[in-house]
Design a protein around this ligand. Structure first.
Ligand code: UFG
Length: 324
């Protein structure tokens, strides 16, 4: 298949690009490098353009020239905390620009559109693990910016020949040490890389945002899923949409929750170093617990996450960061 990736310089985009190449697919990228690091891109043997996804003229020309089998749309801002501080930044970048890209894809008759959505669309779910049928009720602008795109995509695929696969990621983590890829955000806001930066001596401490949540140890619980397992799901999702001519929504997670304290303790164990932990106030917009039911992806796509252990996930990111 010939696949266009937006945000291929980013974390999940770069890992998926490599997996696509390994599986014999042809990959082309567009990226505006607004939050990603060229270092990941330089490890990938792919061509593409540095442009915005809402540069309509250029995007349409690209889509008409290449006749892609699928677009995988990763490019987005991803920080829950920042979205609370600056919601319009998220509605413009994540929602408005995505709608422009979707319009271009429909117009160019792209048969399959794979969208990176998020567990943040569920807000504070009643049922844990969360099934896809759970109410979509985001509690921060980041989640809302993504759920609006989900709705537009589902409508777009109803009224066109484009099938849509929506993946609601839980907490992507880990690295592809074989290819020297890993998590490299700028600025970094995610718990695992921040903890490891601290344990590498690049930060003085690691803060726990909130110790009074209604969870066993008072800190938030998340479902950490290896980025290569996420990448594999994208290939299965694309093949499913093109084969079955069906659109669908899938959660992608491990089904196992770990608290912030447990993550820090596991990082200490993996690295053999002691963390300087600061108990800080809650970060606005954080739901207490997000754990996935990924039974649907397993059943319908045949997806089997291979790298479930939190230790393995953290170790791979540690190995990547040490080599940087
Ligand atoms: N946290 C800390 N200290 C830090 C950083 C994070 O305590 O320095 C806490 C957060 O408050 C949260 C947990 O660690 O409770 C995980 O936070 P991350 O920032 O690593 O990830 P989020 O859960 O906020 O968000 C990530 C993705 C979203 C996705 C979500 C789904 O960035 O896109 O996972 O679970 F929606």
């Amino acid at each position: 298949m010939k696949v266009l990736l937006t945000g291929a310089a980013g974390y999940i985009g770069s890992h998926t690009a490599q997996r696509l190449l390994d599986s014999g697919h042809e990959v082309y990228f567009i990226d505006n490098l607004s939050t990603s690091d060229k270092r990941n891109l330089s490890k990938l043997n792919i061509s593409g353009d540095f442009m915005d996804i809402n540069d309509v003229e250029k995007v349409q020309e690209l889509l008409h020239t290449h006749r892609f089998d699928a677009v995988m749309h990763f490019a987005a801002f991803i920080s829950v905390g920042e979205s609370v501080q600056n919601p319009m930044k998220y509605f413009y970048n994540n929602t408005a620009k995505s709608i422009s890209l979707i319009q271009s894809a429909v117009e160019a008759k792209v048969p399959c559109f794979v969208f990176s959505s998020t567990a943040a669309v569920y807000g504070m779910p009643k049922e844990i693990p969360i099934p896809e049928e759970a109410k979509v009720q985001p509690m921060n602008p980041y989640g809302l910016s993504k759920s609006m795109v989900e709705q537009v995509l589902l409508e777009a695929s109803k009224y066109s020949d484009m099938e849509t696969i929506i993946f609601r990621y839980f907490n992507a983590a880990g690295a592809d040490t074989t290819h020297g890829l890993g998590e490299l955000h700028d600025p970094e806001t995610h718990l695992i890389p921040l903890t490891l930066q601290h344990l590498l001596g690049k930060r003085d401490s690691i803060s726990i945002f909130g110790t009074d949540y209604p969870t066993p140890d008072g800190t938030c619980i998340r479902d950490y899923i290896h980025v290569l397992d996420l990448a594999d799901a994208h290939i299965l999702g694309m093949e499913y949409a093109l084969r079955e001519k069906k659109s669908n929504i899938f959660n992608l997670g491990n089904g196992q929750g770990f608290s912030v304290r447990e993550v820090i303790q596991t990082a200490e164990k993996v690295t053999g170093k002691k963390a300087n932990v600061i108990e800080a106030p809650r970060r606005e917009g954080d739901p207490p617990i997000l754990v996935a039911s990924s039974e649907k992806a397993k059943r319908e796509l045949g997806w089997v996450p291979q790298r479930n252990s939190l230790e393995h996930i953290i170790k791979s990111q540690w190995d990547f960061m040490q080599k940087l």
